[in-house]
Every structure is written in C-alpha cells, then in structure tokens.
Design a protein around this ligand. Structure first.
Ligand code: AMP
Ligand code: MG
Length: 417
C-alpha cells in the first residue's frame, strides 16, 4: 500500500478519536462546572475529518447541545466528508497504470486499474518469468517440462503436482477431442523443423515420417498418484497452451491484489479482468494477419472476465526456396498446417483452453472447428488466407470488423471456395 494511503488512514482514525474524546471531555467539564472546550474547537475537529467520531461522541456521552451549528452542521459536514472520501476512494481504485515488459518469449502489455498498478505489474512480470523458467520452458533444465522430458528419455516417471496435473490432463483431453490435430507430444517434430531455433529448415520426408512415430498423446499416462510417464522417445511441448496458462495464473494473482480491472496481453493471448471504470466495456484489438505488427483486423468489445487467444501463421515462420513455413504443425502430415486459415481468435473463460483451442482450430480449419468450439462453449473469429472472416454467433454482436481489406462472411460456408 502506498505510504500516502497509510498516512491518510492514520490521520482519519486519529481525528475521529479526537472528535469522540473531545465530546466526552467537554461533557465531563460541563458536569464539574469547569472551563469548557470551545464550540469552535469541537466544530473544527469535525470539519477536519472527525465528524463521525464527534457525532458518536455526542451520542455516547450525551453531549446535548441546542446549538444549530451542531444539530444541523454535523450531519452536513459528515455528508460532505463521506462524498469526498468516496470520490478519493473511487479515484484511487481507478488509477490507470500502463506497462510494457518482456517475458515468456514475447511482449507483455499490462493495463491495470487499481491502487498500486506499478507494484502489481512488477508482480505479474515476476510471476511470468517464474512460470516460464520453473514450469513451462522446454529449454530450461530445471523447469517442470524440461525435467519431464529428461526423465522420459531415461524412462523415469515424473511427479506432477495438482496444478501441473491439471495442465496436462486439460491439454490431453483437448488432444483427444481434436483426434490429435492438437498434440502436446509434438516436441520431436517441432525440434526437427527447428522453427524456434536459429537456423530452421525443411526436413526430409523420411525424417518427418520417422519423427512422427515418436509423437502421440495417447502414449502419455498420468497415474492416480500423479506420476507422468510415456515411452522414452516421447517429449512434450506446452507451447500451444503456455500463454493461456499464464493468463490463468495472472488472473489468480490479480484476485489477491487491490485491482478493479485489467487487460494483460501476453503475446497473442489477452486476459480481460474485472471491470472498467464507470462500467465501460473493454476493447480488445484483433491483429490483421496479413498486415504488419500494428495492423488491426477489428475490435472485440467485452464486458466479462475472459481470455482472447489468437493463433496465426505470421507469429513465427521461415522462408525456404520462396515458400513460407510457419510454426503450427499438422500432426497428420508433419508439415505446417494448411487449413486455409491465416489466423484464429478464440474467446473463452479459461486461458489454457482459449490458447489451446486457437492452435487446435488453426489446424482443423473452418468449419471443422465448430463442433469443438461448441463442446467447450467457446466462440471464435476465423480469418482465411483469402481475407474472408467468419465469426461464431456469440461474437457477432461484439465484434467490429474495421479493416476494409476483409470481408465478413455471414451465413453458409462455401466449401468449394
Ligand atoms: P500458438 O501460438 O498458441 O498457436 O502455439 C504454437 C506453438 O504450439 C508452436 O510454436 C509449437 O510449439 C506448438 N505446436 C505447433 N503445432 C502444434 C499442434 N498441432 N498441437 C500442439 N502444439 C503445437
Ligand atoms: Mg495456442
């Protein structure tokens, strides 16, 4: 808490105690016929913020006075003070802090409405660094995923705590529900393409076919006592759900902070938290997948707590022999997914699912994603390579297409296109 707030609380408590006891002292002096505290002093204490204490003191010590200054003045001062206090409190709650940091291999943008946004932003930054280094990074030797993959290679089961188990089981259920279009055991294939490394290149068909035999979410087992095991050739990659997990963790953190609302953007995943001052709606810009970094496709207007995740072929790619290869792989072919989409944005309460679904839908394409989205009560915006935009029903009234280069296709989907 800011020092000014602490000093303010001490002052208000002190002046109200002064108001309370000054009434008591004055009453005692009156009884003893001693020299009274002047009415001007009593009134000044109330004016300086002690009106509540003074009024309680008047009742408790039966400090009766017919003086109009007290009979009418005190309640008026109290009302004025209450209004000022409320104004300061609301102002304090709505102080806006905007920060940009780097974490989880991407840019973090934080907009926070709350008492001490800078401290909260520091906390979020720290939380995400820890999440990356201690839990999700496959690069780290000490992270949960790093340890898991090392142990798998040595045939040793790895203990997972309750949170880690939930990450894995929610992801594995998504793998099942997509018939493997989404697969968290694709690490060997991702490594073969080297898209996250310095010199990516197109592998040979034989290498792809051989590597695909090492992938398969069905091979992962989580025992009832939380031990994770899989064949020694398997390796996991939670890259497709990492930012969503981060959004969930940030939401839990914000629940413990003095924050009335926030929009936390972690790369392509945006957490919309709490309410905007004066009950306004949050605006979340959706990137134009065919434009530059700051180009906008449209805007989502959201009021409720939610997570908006976008998967796009522009995020990470390399070009070889004039062909562009992106980072979302189709486990069926072993090549970058070619579902005709440029990006998919999924809106869903749960961060992990929002992030996972956006990757899954990118692989599945439109309209094969629709039953999956229904199953998870999630909504989505699909952008095709031909600049067509499809929006699920739940988002139709909250999405505004701003970019004239795109056409919002409403109604039946033409599969022949
Ligand atoms: P996202 O940006 O959330 O769509 O996640 C893409 C990342 O997920 C990639 O960089 C890979 O690490 C991983 N990935 C790629 N293809 C798949 C897939 N089919 N299923 C699960 N994870 C994938
Ligand atoms: Mg994803």
């Amino acid at each position: 808490m800011k020092i000014a707030v602490i000093l303010g609380i001490i002052y208000i408590a002190g002046i109200n105690l002064a108001g309370f006891f000054s009434m008591g002292m004055d009453k005692q002096r009156a009884r003893r016929g001693e020299f009274r505290i002047s009415e001007r002093t009593l009134f000044a204490i109330a004016c300086l913020g002690g009106s509540v204490g003074s009024m309680i003191g008047m009742q408790v010590f039966r400090h009766k006075t017919k003086h109009k200054q007290f009979v009418y003045g005190m309640p008026v001062i109290f009302l004025i003070e209450a209004a000022v206090f409320l104004y300061l409190l609301l102002h304090h709650m709505q102080t806006k802090t905007t920060r940009t940091d780097f974490g989880m291999g991407t840019v973090l943008t934080e907009v926070i409405y709350g008492a001490d946004g800078e401290t909260v932003a520091d906390g979020i930054h720290q939380l995400l660094l820890e999440l990356e280094n201690e839990q999700l990074s496959w690069r780290s030797d000490v992270s949960f995923v790093g340890t898991l993959n090392r142990n798998l290679a040595e045939g040793i089961p790895t203990p997972a705590n309750e949170t880690q188990r939930k990450w894995l089981s929610d992801s594995l259920t998504l793998c099942e529900n997509t018939d493997g279009a989404f697969d968290i055991t694709l690490r060997p294939l991702i490594a073969l393409w080297g898209i996250e490394e310095d010199a990516p290149s197109v592998p040979t068909e034989e290498d792809i076919a051989q590597t695909l035999t090492k992938c398969g979410y069905e091979n992962v087992e989580i025992s009832t006592d939380g031990m994770v095991s899989a064949p020694e050739y398997a390796a996991m990659d939670l890259g497709a759900v990492g930012k969503g997990i981060a959004a969930d963790e940030v939401r839990e953190f914000l629940d413990t902070q003095d924050v009335s609302g926030a929009v936390i953007s972690i790369g392509g995943t945006v957490l919309v938290y709490g309410s905007k001052p004066a009950g306004g709606a949050w605006q979340v810009g959706i990137r134009d997948p065919h434009g530059g970094q700051d180009a906008v496709l449209g805007v989502l207007t959201l009021r409720e707590d939610t997570v908006v995740s976008t998967s796009g072929d522009y995020e990470r790619y390399f070009i070889q022999d004039g062909v562009r290869y992106h980072h979302i792989l189709d486990p069926d072919t072993g090549y970058p997914a070619q579902s005709g989409l440029s990006s998919v944005t999924v809106v869903c309460q749960d961060g992990l699912l929002s992030d996972g679904l956006s990757t899954a839908c990118f692989v599945l394409g439109y309209p094969d994603s629709l039953p999956l989205l229904e199953k998870y009560h999630a909504e989505a915006i699909f952008v095709t390579q031909e600049s067509d935009v499809f929006v699920t029903e739940g988002l139709e009234s909250v999405f505004t297409l701003e970019n004239p280069a795109y056409e919002w296709r409403k109604g039946a989907y033409d599969e022949t296109k």
